[in-house]
Design a binder for this molecule. Structure first.
Ligand SMILES: [Zn+2]
Length: 280
């Protein structure tokens, strides 16, 4: 059934697990999410990022198709816009029936991020939609900056959540967008401090390549959702590349498509295990 992430995050925090969110980009990746979550009877967040719109699917197509499929499931499914950059795109997603949106003002100064997030929260809450915000920019692998400088400040995160009334908050504790290059240094002490101080559930971006032990600890020590887009996409491509060059295999669209769908499903199953996700 189509729901917001409110209850799944409350249960995740109380039950020390996280819900995976890998981002869908097309029909196959959307269906892979729904098939695995239905099979295992686990909650799922089906998210599409603004940056990935129109590669294979528009926001409108994504909304109609995802809603239609999510309504047919028995397990809880949240339809989420990932990394919305403006009030307008968040409003559009909300009006189309998304149950959750992320407004990413993390690159803006604190006050501007607060104002932008507040405007989205106000509109979303009127419609029963939840809002994820971000503070403390999650680095990309192109950043060469000192990770200590980009860890989310506890005081700022607390003030931000209180002022904006956001429903969940993406924090920076050492992961990076894309595949992590080098040894990931996750600041668990900061995670514990943030969990203690911030009044809403915390979520983690840039989970891909951050190490199984790190991700399991994040999921069981206070993070309610982990984004793993890059790992998921690699899992879709890897089995296709591994197909042997036999006529009946690689020349066959069905074989290629099924190999990538199976790869995506395997990745999600792995994430569910790693994040210790439980039925709700
Ligand atoms: Zn992200």
């Amino acid at each position: 059934m189509l729901v917001t992430s409110k209850e799944m995050f409350e249960k995740a925090v109380a039950g020390h697990f996280a819900v995976p969110s890998a981002n869908f980009v097309d029909e196959d990746s959307l269906k892979a999410h729904l098939a695995v979550s239905e099979e295992l009877n686990l909650p799922i967040i089906i998210a599409i990022a603004e940056a990935h719109l129109n590669a294979f699917i528009t926001l409108e197509d994504a909304a109609y198709y995802a809603k239609y499929l999510a309504e047919k499931t028995t397990n809880p499914v949240c339809l989420h816009l990932d990394h919305g950059s403006s009030f307008e795109v968040c409003k559009k997603a909300i009006d189309l029936g998304f149950t959750s949106v992320m407004i990413d003002g993390s690159m803006k100064p604190f006050e501007e991020n607060v104002a932008l997030t507040k405007s989205v929260v106000e509109y979303a809450h009127e419609k029963g939609v939840v809002v994820e915000a971000e503070i403390g920019h999650v680095a990309s692998n192109f950043d060469k900056s000192d990770p200590n400088a980009i860890y989310t400040s506890v005081e700022e995160a607390k003030a931000f959540a209180e002022q904006t009334q956001c429903d969940s908050l993406a924090v920076s504790i050492g992961t990076a967008h894309g595949f992590y290059k080098g040894t990931p240094v996750i600041n668990f002490e900061r995670l514990h401090e943030l969990k203690e101080a911030v009044p809403c559930p915390l979520v983690l971006h840039g989970g891909s390549g951050s190490g199984d032990d790190n991700l399991n600890r994040c999921a069981t020590e206070g993070i309610a959702k982990v984004n793993v887009y890059s790992d998921f996409m690699a899992s879709a491509a890897r089995p296709v590349l591994a197909l042997e060059n036999k006529e009946a295999e690689v020349d066959d669209y069905y074989t290629i498509k099924n190999a990538s769908i199976d790869g995506m499903k395997d990745c999600l199953k792995y994430c569910y295990k790693l994040f210790e996700t439980k039925s709700i």
